[in-house]
Write a protein that binds this ligand. Sequence first.
Ligand code: 3H9
Length: 702
Amino acid sequence: MTVDNPVCYDREGEIAVIEIDNPPVNALSAAVRQGLSEAMARFDADADARIAVLCCAGRTFIAGADISEFGKPPVPPFLPDVINAIEASEKPVVAALHGTVLGGGLEVALGAHARVAVAGTRMGLPEVTLGLLPGAGGTQRLPRAVGLEAAIDMVTSGRQIGADEALRMNLIDALADGGDPREAGIAHARELLAQGHAGRRLSDAEAPAVDPQVVESWRAKVARSSRGQVAPLRALDTIAKGLALPFAEGLALERRAFMDLMQTPERAAMIHAFFSERRAAQQDDLKGVTPREVNRIGVIGGGTMGQGIAASALSAGLDVTLVERDDAAAAKAAAGIARMQDGAVKRGKLSQADRDTMMADRFRAVTDYQALADADLVIEAVFESMDVKREVFARLGGICRPGAVLATNTSYLDVNEIAAATSRPEDVIGLHFFSPANVMRLLEIVVADRTAPDVVATAFALAKRMGKIGVRSGVCDGFIGNRMLSAYRTAADHMVLDGASPYQVDRAIAGFGFPMGPYQVGDLAGLDIGYATRQRKAATRDARERVPVFADRLAEAGRLGRKTGRGYYIYDEQSPQGRPDPELEPMLDAIRADLGITPRDFTDDEIRSRYMAAMVNEGAKILDEGIAARASDIDVVLLHGYGFPRGKGGPMHWADAQGAAAISADIARYGEEDPYFWQAAPLLTRLAQQGGRFADLGKDAK
Ligand code: 3H9
């Protein structure tokens, strides 16, 4: 290997070893493709080499095409040609797999004549999660290896499978004993040589029969799960149509589909999401700051949130002490956490033995705060009241060891005020988990005025360890996510006051790609939460602010959403997911009449425009105030905490695609009716005037 060539060729006797070393994930950059082509030519010409092993250095086999090259002009050699050359070799090539063998990486492996994996290897074709489909033979070779339905499942979902499953479905030929992929490949190559076995070319294998009925039933399933995304259905079609053609024509069909998808806004949005998630952890001011060590965690409060946080921390290998008010509450919390871990065992994510030792050795639920004396980090998840939180933090300041991080899971309260309740505000930070905390990946890291840099670094390190995506937020009411939610929910409420039905709003928003509309979300979260917030703010409310009287009426009538069987929708055995309530419209009409509003019709498009304009406008204010450091952080919050459709990249990416001028013009129009709510963010106005984009602001410009 030279400095420029990330692919190394050497020999072990009759076995050629072709090793790729392109950190961090051995992505198939132009240099790797070039190096692989040259290595294959050298192997073909090497009379002393009878078989080749293709493996990778570092933490993983090839994790796919180099995503950072997407959207730029393609540079030869192209991956399908490189893979065809591997497969066309007269002498067998063994792919030796480890780590995460994804996308183009799995396609390279499918072009080899045999595949061996070390234990723990994961494989998948995640292209649909980037708005693409496998573009280097995956739609044609995979079905020839594993059969039609298994291939459709993998390609249209992008899901990863483990090495055991891969062996069962014939995706790999063998599972190695040891953990070293190079050694595993060499051992497998020796076996093949000894048996006189040359492996097989998948392009020569017979294509599985394509039963149109099977394809149709998958189409219905994929259409449901992909919620308007184009790539999964295009992938399904490409598999089905391609398999009916000779192999080379199937490949050509696939290539055309891949190039088409490369041009879609969906592809750009999903790749924006991918890099935004990774960028969120990059904090310039934390370079060189060492995080504090965290092994023992305390969780105060064993409600749904506390349980989820504890379960998630346990799964990350941390030691957890949970504190509750009394023995009964502690026992209830412990039982809830045990149930979550049992669920993980059932889903195959955790072994029974690990679950048992985790619960016995690394977890305890107690009633005495003193048990937190040696915790490295304590997360408070008690009732959302400033008085209660201040009391908890005042106590913690005296009990926790010096240097322990004190975190609050508040979802909107002022973290500066909470920090002021302790003698050590520099140790205090907000860690806003989302419910259910053992499932949701988003973690808002709320940095208060006096939070120490190493506490911020500790929070990011903890997020990573817990498999969460940490996004930094400044202190404001609701932080990034709930503040945005409040804005777009208010826009929806105004439309309902003015004549739209909540059911139409929900349908229109689902039509944009959200899994649920705002009123379905409200019913799920419980209508008492919003009611309590409105009550809290009533005394200081500006007289020009329009109140969603209908929401108050529902809450006052005890219609609190799913948990009471009735909110905006009715939930019963007949309709567990909810059905419209015939009493709602008459109630809304009466309220409108009381308020002197003549109801008007809204089109679904207008509903979506107003909803999105409110969201983007609030995002612009959040950026202007420095609550979020970059637009892409806001996108990550909405994508991971609020169901924003990934195929649209997040609200700020979506705004850039529409153009600030168009959104700004909408807001100016809406503002003619309600100038109080529709106040354009100065940043949005600026971008509209200059033709600028959120993506080019500040850190995003780098
Ligand atoms: C494809 O293959 C198309 C083909 O079908 C056809 C082609 C013709 N490219 O996630 P991490 C970077 S589509 C470039 O933090 P982890 C990443 O940005 C591709 N860069 O680590 C980060 O950089 P930084 C199909 C990539 O251990 C660093 O590597 N493949 C790529 O948590 C570490 O990443 C995929 O979709 C890439 N492909 O997870 C796989 N992948 O440090 C996408 C990663 O500067 N990748 N980087 O922020 C993943 O799912 C995860 O990165 C992986 C590692 C599981 C591999």
